[in-house]
Design a protein around this ligand. Structure first.
Ligand SMILES: NC(=O)c1ccc[n+]([C@@H]2O[C@H](COP(=O)([O-])OP(=O)(O)OC[C@H]3O[C@@H](n4cnc5c(N)ncnc54)[C@H](OP(=O)(O)O)[C@@H]3O)[C@@H](O)[C@H]2O)c1
Length: 246
């Protein structure tokens, strides 16, 4: 799936995890289309990696069909575009809630919906969704963000059942804190001392690993799967621990 000539479409390619993912696939000889809204940031990524830049706002309903027809036969889709918004639910404006859902959920669903028919026809392909540990852990002051990521997790798992018969893989990559502009953009810096943010390149490596090994779920760092699994079996205990330790 990954190798010289493979076509990879990466959203969020202008910054952070997406930009590192563009570089990781380009380094393996893939033909990468990098998507973002910031044309100059995207151009800089394209210069560094030889990727093809594509400027689009993925919350525009017409943007996704146009992007997918321009990208051609996509072998790997990495849906990394996303944003957060810090604050209690009562502090968020309606348009902020809509922007989070449109960007983090609807755009990822529409992208998968648009690229899958071609993958099914060709009998191969891989979808990667960049989720978040917030989608497993129910994080205070990030209720809407957490909900968007939980939605993506279940969506990916459902689609995985549907497309396995066609030879198509579906992965969810679940980062904890990552050193990117994400926190500045969401309106609140990352202040916890633990866990320390990992470089975006570590998440990009996790994304490549997910495709190469056909993994359903990759946590970055790996130990994050333990609190996620604990919440699955003992939600009351993890909620109490989260309220005590944050
Ligand atoms: N950083 C973390 O700690 C962390 C942790 C867990 C999960 N994540 C997830 O990782 C993904 C990437 O985040 P990041 O940390 O790399 O943040 P980032 O550096 O802020 O990058 C976000 C990317 O999403 C793109 N984007 C946002 N809205 C868009 C829209 N409407 N249309 C097109 N592109 C849009 C941005 O494009 P432009 O800049 O060109 O607008 C940018 O390329 C997100 O889904 C985020 O939820 C991040």
């Amino acid at each position: 799936m990954i190798g010289p000539g493979a076509r990879v479409l990466v959203t969020g390619g202008s910054s952070g995890i997406g930009a590192a993912t563009v570089a990781a696939f380009a380094a393996r000889g893939c033909r990468v289309v990098a998507v973002g809204r910031d044309a100059s940031a995207l151009a800089a990524v394209a210069r560094r990696t030889n990727a093809t830049p594509y400027v689009a706002d993925l919350t525009e309903p017409r943007a996704i069909p146009a992007l997918v027809s321009e990208a051609g036969d996509v072998d790997v889709l990495v849906a990394a575009a996303g944003l957060g918004r810090a604050g209690c639910l009562t502090d968020l404006a309606d348009d902020e809630i809509v922007e989070l859902v449109d960007t983090n959920v609807l755009a990822s669903l529409r992208l998968a919906h648009a690229v899958l028919p071609g993958m099914v026809r060709r009998g191969r392909g891989h979808l990667v969704f960049v989720s978040s540990i917030a989608g497993h852990m129910a994080v205070a002051r990030e209720a809407v963000y957490s909900a968007t990521k939980a939605a993506v997790n279940v969506f990916a798992a459902s689609v995985r059942h549907e497309v396995a018969v066609h030879g198509i893989g579906v992965s969810v990559v679940v980062p904890g804190a990552v050193d990117t502009p994400f926190f500045a953009r969401r309106g609140a810096p990352y202040t916890r001392r633990f866990p320390r943010p990992v470089p975006a390149s570590v998440v990009a490596d996790g994304i490549v690993r997910a495709v190469e090994r056909g993994k359903a779920e990759v946590f970055v760092p790996r130990w994050l799967r333990f609190p996620a699994r604990l919440r699955g079996v003992a939600p009351g205990l993890t909620d109490a621990l989260q309220r005590r330790f944050g």
